[in-house]
Every structure is written in structure tokens, then in C-alpha cells.
Design a protein around this ligand. Structure first.
Ligand SMILES: NC(=O)c1ccc[n+]([C@@H]2O[C@H](COP(=O)([O-])OP(=O)(O)OC[C@H]3O[C@@H](n4cnc5c(N)ncnc54)[C@H](OP(=O)(O)O)[C@@H]3O)[C@@H](O)[C@H]2O)c1
Length: 278
């Protein structure tokens, strides 16, 4: 039995779908089972961090989101180990790297959970992906209502990764031997700018879309409604730095899954309905 936290998340849902398709028993944890829309063949369980033992009965593997451990990660991990879980695959972040700004809130969150996992006595695998292709869903409201996208740093580059490629690596790490103690840095196959990503979404929709650059000092809640103000400054700095620096590109997805990482154009085709006008 594999327990998947954040089972309604971009990566968590893709992983649940994969495990169900592979006929593996999967327990999908979500804070709101009633709204989760998870596959019937998954055992859907309400995530209650105050009663963690009940979450892990009969499980041997755990897919963990840093968000899901709460402020006492050691307690959740101890409960998992005591219930018989042996291996945890943590969705961490490429932000954890040599020379990183260790005060960046996203770094702090992932570094804290990585440390707790290392100290837990469980076998572990860390997935450290770079930018998710799903980040571009932030443009969906603008694309549904017009042909321009206002955003910061048209030339900011990333190598966006398809959420199902992260899930595919997680699946292999959970089901195959040999990933214990491994850190997998993951990316999409090539660098694209924000402006190129908007154009690619347009092609997937059969429309011509244009990126309109907004000065970063004017970027506020209107452009980043889901980003807490404390995180926004760090995020803008990351985007600014990515105008000149090429993103990290790895071939880890292909090495582990046997399939090349999917392109952003392919992701845009897969997600075209998310950008369509109602
Ligand atoms: N976006 C990027 O470019 C990027 C890059 C590298 C790493 N990451 C990391 O990847 C993760 C985001 O992945 P994603 O896009 O798949 O996530 P997502 O779609 O935002 O989903 C996260 C899921 O975790 C659950 N969750 C959220 N807060 C929780 C809490 N306090 N307690 C328990 N469960 C909670 C939610 O499930 P329920 O509501 O069903 O409980 C939610 O569906 C983050 O840790 C992020 O730092 C992101």
C-alpha cells in the first residue's frame, strides 16, 4: 500500500492515477474527500494530522508533500514508521542547491522537511524539480477572456516540467528498488521564456496570444492572487535572475522512467481545456 499525501494536487493526483492504473493499492489523503474527485479504486481518506497513525496502517510507501507535514514533521514521520512505512518519497524543490539563498521561504520550507525526513529513520528519496508547467495556469483567467497576458519578465526562462513526469519518477522511486538515499533533480527538456510559453498555449488553443510585460514593481495580488506577500518578493527575484541565467536542465526523467521529459508544447496541448473560454 502506498499513501499519497496532497492527493488532489497537480503531482499527487497524477501519481494516484498512475498507481491505480498499475493496479497498486493506494490510499489517497486529502483534507476534503467530498470534493476530491479521486478514482473509485483509490482508498480516499481524510487527512487528519492530529491522528496520523490511522493514516498509515498497512502502508509501506509514502509520497509526501512538504505542505502536508505541518509544523511537527517528526510526529507525522514517526507515526508512518511505527505503522510499518519503510520508504518516503518527498516532493522537494530544485531551490535546494549549493549556494542557494537559505532564507528564501520556499527554501526554508523544503530544507526543514528534508532534514526531518533524513532524521526520521525511514528510507528516503528526494525529488527536486524546477519550475512546474502548471505555474502557467496563473495566466488562465486572462487567456479565457482575451488574447494578451500581462505578466512580469517576458524573457524569464525556465525548463517547465510536466506534473505527470514528476509523478512518473515518484512512481518508479516508490515501486522499484535502488532509489533509497537518492536525490533526483528534475526538469523539462528545454528552456523557454514566459513569452514563448504564452505563444505555445496559444498554438494549443488555435489562437495568437501575446505576452505584455508589466514592471515588477507593479506586480501585486492582481497578477499573483495565490502568492502570499512574504513569498512574492523572493519569487520576483527568482524570475528576475532567470532572465539572464539558463535554467538547469537534467535528463533524470528519461533515465528513470525510460521516456523523455515532455515538452511545454505537449503540456499546453494536454491542458488546453484549462485555458478555453467557458
Ligand atoms: N510550482 C513550482 O514551480 C514548484 C517547483 C518546485 C517544487 N515545488 C513544490 O511542489 C509542491 C506543489 O506541488 P503541486 O503543484 O502538485 O501542489 P498543489 O497542486 O498545490 O497541491 C498540493 C496539495 O497538497 C495538499 N495540501 C496543501 N496544503 C496542505 C496542508 N496544509 N496540509 C495537508 N495537505 C495540504 C492539498 O490537498 P487537499 O486540499 O486535497 O488536502 C493540495 O491539493 C510545493 O511543495 C512546491 O514548493 C513547486
Amino acid at each position: 500500500m502506498i499513501v499519497v499525501t496532497g492527493a488532489t494536487g497537480n503531482v499527487g493526483r497524477a501519481l494516484v492515477d498512475r498507481l491505480v492504473a498499475a493496479d497498486r493499492p493506494v490510499r489517497a489523503l486529502t483534507r476534503d474527500p467530498g470534493r476530491a474527485g479521486l478514482p473509485a479504486r483509490a482508498e480516499v481518506v481524510r487527512f487528519r494530522p492530529d491522528d496520523p497513525a490511522a493514516l498509515f496502517t498497512g502502508a509501506t510507501g509514502l509520497f509526501l508533500y512538504a505542505q502536508a507535514v505541518g509544523d511537527r514533521p517528526a510526529d507525522l514521520l514517526r507515526a508512518a514508521r511505527e505503522a510499518g512505512v519503510r520508504h518516503v518519497v518527498l516532493l522537494s524543490s530544485a531551490i535546494i542547491t549549493e549556494g542557494a539563498d537559505e532564507t528564501h521561504p520556499i527554501h526554508v520550507m523544503h530544507a526543514t522537511v528534508e532534514r526531518a525526513v533524513r532524521d526520521s529513520g525511514l528510507e528516503w528519496t528526494f525529488l527536486r524539480p524546477g519550475a512546474f508547467a502548471t505555474n502557467t495556469l496563473q495566466w488562465a483567467p486572462q487567456i479565457r477572456t482575451g488574447d494578451t497576458v500581462r505578466g512580469v519578465f517576458a524573457g524569464s526562462r525556465s525548463a517547465p516540467i510536466h506534473e505527470d513526469d514528476i509523478a512518473a519518477v515518484a512512481e518508479r522511486a516508490l515501486l522499484d528498488p535502488g532509489h533509497e538515499g537518492a536525490v533526483h533533480r528534475l526538469s523539462g527538456p528545454r528552456a523557454t521564456t514566459n513569452a514563448e510559453q504564452v505563444a505555445a498555449i496559444g498554438r494549443a488553443l488555435g489562437r495568437e496570444l501575446t505576452f505584455v510585460e508589466v514592471p515588477p514593481e507593479q506586480a501585486g495580488p492582481e497578477l499573483f492572487p495565490h502568492v502570499p506577500p512574504a513569498v512574492l518578493e523572493g519569487l520576483l527575484n527568482t524570475f528576475r535572475a532567470a532572465v539572464d541565467a539558463p535554467p538547469e536542465i537534467t535528463d533524470t526523467v528519461e533515465k528513470i522512467t525510460g521516456d523523455p521529459a515532455r515538452t511545454f508544447a505537449r503540456w499546453a496541448e494536454d491542458h488546453a481545456p484549462d485555458f478555453r473560454r467557458p
